[in-house]
Design a protein around this ligand. Sequence first.
Ligand code: NAP
Length: 643
Amino acid sequence: MSGDQSFGVITDSDAVIETALSEAHAPALMMAMIQITGDTSLMDGDIRPKASLFGDGEGDLSREERARVRQMALDALAAYRDGGCKLPAAPDAATLQKMVDFMIGEAVPADYVPLLQEELGISGFDSRDVKIDQPAGSHNKDNYKVVIVGAGMSGLLMAIRLKNAGIPFVIIEKNPQTGGTWYENTYPGCRVDNPNHLYSYSFEPNHDWPLHFSTHDVLFDYFNRCADKYGIREHIRFNTELVEARYLEDDAQWQISVRDIDGVEDVLEADAFISAVGQLNRPKMPDLPGIDSFEGPSFHSARWDHDVDLAGKRVAVIGSGASAAQFVPEIAPDCGSLTVFQRTPPWISETPHYHDAVSDNIKWLLHNVPYYDKWYRFWLFWMTSEGLLPMVKVDPEWSSNDDSVSATHEMIQNMTKDYIASQVGDDPELLRLATPHYPMGGKRNLRDNGAWLGALKRDNVSVTDNTITEITPKGLRTEDGVEHEFDVIVYGTGFTASKFLAPMRIIGKDGVDLRNHWGDNPRAYLGMTVPGFPNFFCLYGPNTNIVVNGSIIFFSECEVRYVARCIKLLVEKGLSAMDCREDVHDSFNEEIDAANEQMAWGLPGFSSWYKNAEGRVTQNWPHSLLEYWARTREPSEADFILN
Ligand code: NAP
């Protein structure tokens, strides 16, 4: 992890630069060149990246065009080096707009420019960091107390921002380590499915990611090192679970009862209480009779039992979601036999470089070429995130008999079906089982470089959509009455996502228990605040999950800025409480529900962890990342009852 936001000082020879440039991402390189030279005439030339979400991932430039870009870059970088590595003034907003339109190959809405300025660090400071001044009068920010639950990606981020703002805080963490999901999920093949150069804190870029999509141990390491670098570890109470958080209205304080691994209880007080427990941390076991009767080893993917040797064993895998798709290809070669019990086939995003290493040349470019890393990150942001959202939006005029929601959506579904067919080859039964029959975007797409379907084609692997009716001592029984014997059962059955914040007991004003209040229908304003629960903030709360568009870290950064700014408001104005207005909360949720109904994941006819039992989408954000970024830059005082 570099943690280094300073710009490259190039001392290497032309030969070294030339070698590195041979692997440069041409559109990102062109943008970096404009910033290094201050010469915008490159955008008036004949080499122009094309808008191509499904192209070569590099603006569909020809070999000859890419070679010319590299030659121009070599000249520019040599001149930059020989001139003492001095950068011209940053481009103004109009130039940036032109640059982003040029790089993406089409007009990008002007609203993206402020976001881009922030991503590029144009202002020279981290505008997501929040400064909190000492309040006037007798208050002192050093006496303010915040309790955060969870030391995963979001909790650490919140802590880093509060630490920089000089606000005292404690983190309660149930695990013995930081890292959250990257500590808990150690199953074979576990890796991030978002490009790593996007899946990292904006202020803590890692130019040394070993893989484009790194494995869980590398991510665990990254978050651990962030905890150390920013001095967060000493604020964490590990092996400690929150038992109950209760709002004491007269004191405007949260009283937080915790219990450690030895059963020792303690009570903390907090002016503000922040949940950062994530959505996908409580394994969901299927509701099947006999589940405890199985005599062999069985475990959930998020509680992988590494002591169980699968070599030569008959293994049943239940589920075919994102987790199963990662571990099945890894374990299949070892197993004697492996049977996947699939209920719904997943859609797939073809990603040929999914398992590829990041080369030394790319690392050199990220480290040394000023702004190259930022523009590459923005490219990923657009191509793997924001640009995809319109494709899963329902076109009300569109009608079809193939689950598609728009003409573009139909085209992508057909392309994906072709990809699946090409992978499966001549096996009509596997093709039937591998072909999804619900709208793409209805559930999380799997990233695949051929590993998933390749595994299903192995001689020792079979897939069935035979419904499981019970778990038996020797294996499981399916609806046709047949008992299938296995040595090991692995549950890839997901998480109790809609039970937000469970099993924590959170009691707000008038003794209202948040879990009872929510029931199966959790709602919050901007996913973060709930009326009747003053000074309580939820990170990755209701309706803040993203399906196709992007890195959840981007979302967390928006949330953390918003919460830090709420705390700034409380502290600097000497307020005791901020409570979200009921009407603001309700109209926000009406709007979100209506928008979710217009997205592929909001359609009826199939279930997913995004929906509750009534089919309401409780998890997802239906708009763009830009929209969430814009709405969370600053809390509006009018949205709250302030005391
Ligand atoms: P999931 O997406 O909820 O998948 C659970 C799977 O179990 C589904 O295929 C489900 O079928 C199946 N299932 C449940 N009960 C079953 C039963 N009784 N019989 C047969 N099949 C059954 O869970 P997940 O795979 O753990 O992924 C959850 C989320 O975690 C993902 O959507 C993603 O956001 C995240 N994740 C990310 C990564 C990553 O690459 N970074 C990796 C893993 C997970 P139905 O579809 O029919 O319900």
